[in-house]
Design a protein around this ligand. Structure first.
Ligand code: NI
Length: 137
């Protein structure tokens, strides 16, 4: 019998961003991104929920040690983005619009190589209490 379990770890970071596409006019950018297009940036309190799914190890009883998962999110994600201006201060978003969608994909790409290949990984990212995204879905 399969003993697949999902393990979750929630972490938090604050970051500033501006949503803007070089492919759109200033007017189209303002219409598309609203307040998130303001030229002088603004902040969000991001909540990231990382879900790791896999078989429970017979010896440890873990899918993944949550201490290791916490350390991984801290070193790969929180220390990289916390209190940063995503557009100006990070390599990842120099040429990538820092929407919640793109941030979730980037977080996935940062974590995936560090997690057991046999485990599934899913990222949920809250940009506000009411707006959140999931990748992959
Ligand atoms: Ni915003």
């Amino acid at each position: 019998m399969s003993h697949k379990v999902a393990v979750y770890r929630k972490e938090h970071f604050n970051a500033a961003h501006r949503l803007h596409s070089k492919l759109l006019s200033d007017e189209q950018n303002a219409l598309t991104f609203g307040k998130c297009n303001y030229a002088n940036y603004h902040g969000h309190n991001y909540e990231v929920i990382v879900k790791v799914t896999g078989e429970v190890d017979e010896i440890t009883g873990f899918v993944m040690d949550t201490k290791l998962l916490s350390d991984l999110i801290r070193t790969q994600v929180v220390e990289r983005f916390d209190h940063k201006n995503l557009n100006l201060d990070t390599e990842e978003f120099k040429n990538l619009n820092p929407t919640a969608e793109n941030i979730a994909i980037v977080i996935y790409q940062l974590l995936r190589p560090n997690i057991n290949k046999q485990h599934d990984l899913k990222i949920t990212l809250y940009e506000t209490e009411r707006n959140f995204v999931e990748f992959p879905c």
